[in-house]
Ligand binder design. Structure first.
Ligand code: TYM
Length: 323
């Protein structure tokens, strides 16, 4: 079976962009592929964050994965920091990553420009190396993400090729390894629709967890009245009616004669119909936090078993003395 990995940061609440750009596709893919879905808590500390909230947000995010339909009989769900190999591989990979590649990352440029060099931790720069190790550790074939992660995926691919070239093949064989490629070169899976869900209040920005105004996004856990109010007030017309499962054309035909107000009501109802069952399941799951923790423990041990194999290969190929 081909393997798929993906993850979301436990920062703020998960919104419709995360769902349509990534999580909704995970659910469809878990039947066909071997899947590992993680909560990337180590990525969440790359900007100032609240230590009192991190562990709660991590468990909440895991519960939301399950509520959205991630099926633990098929997928492994785990917390990034529970599998130590992620950080270890990151260090090894960072030695092979040119700084220029990282300086060119759009997300780094945008976020560091806002905060200023003296206020930005080095981890914000090296963040894509950690993301590469999340992916390469599992010899992943595909990575389902939204459009905003495309550049990070491109870097991951280039890094995999570079490490294969620098340390793989015959050199690795001479060190007692199996030779050949150390890493599989993964491909992004970006959905044809929903890859870039826009902000509700600003038609030029994507919907984002870190935008200061909660009015700019629809959170998966927004109650009906909050959601209805956000849609009523939203100005953007680029908001996609993807949630009904109908084609764009069907939606367009149904809605062509509607005025804005009626259309917004239809959209609100469609969203509520889709999100309500997720919210109910979420409450059920969260009523038993020990259940979530068990899922995460099991996920971490399955993931570690795979990750350790790759990590050992990399140490060997890079010439380390092993104990
Ligand atoms: P994060 O937490 O910012 O976003 C999680 C997922 O949601 C997608 N996404 C969107 N899709 C459509 N429209 C939007 N407005 C929107 N906003 C976010 C993102 O593309 C992503 O798929 N670095 C990653 C997390 C990560 C990761 C990984 C992903 C770390 N390691 C390994 C895949 C594989 C991030 O910060 O995503």
């Amino acid at each position: 079976k081909k393997r798929i990995v993906s993850g979301v940061q436990p920062t703020g609440s998960i919104h419709l962009g995360n769902y349509l750009g990534a999580i909704k596709n995970w659910i469809a893919l878990q039947n066909t592929y071997e899947t590992l879905f993680f909560i990337v808590d180590l990525h969440a500390i790359t900007l100032p964050y609240d230590t009192q909230q991190l562990s709660k947000a991590t468990r909440d995010t895991a519960a939301l994965y399950l509520a959205c339909g991630v099926d633990t009989s098929k997928a492994s769900v785990f917390v990034q920091s529970h599998v130590r190999a992620h950080v270890e591989l990151m260090w090894l990979l960072s030695s092979a990553t040119p700084i220029g590649w990282l300086n060119r990352m759009i997300q780094f440029k945008e976020k560091s420009r806002k905060a200023g060099d003296e206020n930005v931790g080095v981890a914000l720069l090296t963040y894509p190396v950690l993301m590469a190790s999340d992916i390469l550790l599992y010899q992943s074939d595909f990575v389902p993400v939204g459009e905003d992660q495309k550049q990070h995926l491109e870097l991951t691919r280039e890094l995999a090729e570079r490490v294969n070239y620098l340390f793989g093949g015959r050199k690795w064989k001479k060190l007692g390894g199996r030779g050949g490629a150390i890493f599989k070169v993964p491909e992004p899976l970006i959905p044809p629709a929903g890859a870039r869900v826009m902000s509700l209040t600003d038609g030029f920005s994507k919907m984002s967890k870190s935008a200061p105004s909660d009015q700019s996004r629809i959170n998966l856990l927004d109650p009906k009245d909050v959601l209805a109010n956000k849609i009523k007030r939203c100005k953007t017309d680029s908001f996609p009616g993807l949630i009904t499962g109908k084609t764009k054309q069907e939606v367009a035909e149904e809605c062509q004669d509607m005025n804005w107000g009626t259309f917004k009501n239809v959209l609100t109802d469609a969203l509520v119909d889709h999100l309500h069952p997720i919210q109910v399941r979420y409450e059920e799951i969260m009523s038993d936090p020990a259940y979530v923790d068990n899922v995460l423990a099991e996920g971490a041990s399955k993931a570690s078993a795979i990750a350790d194999i790759t990590l050992n290969d990399v140490y060997q190929a890079m010439g380390f003395l092993r104990r």
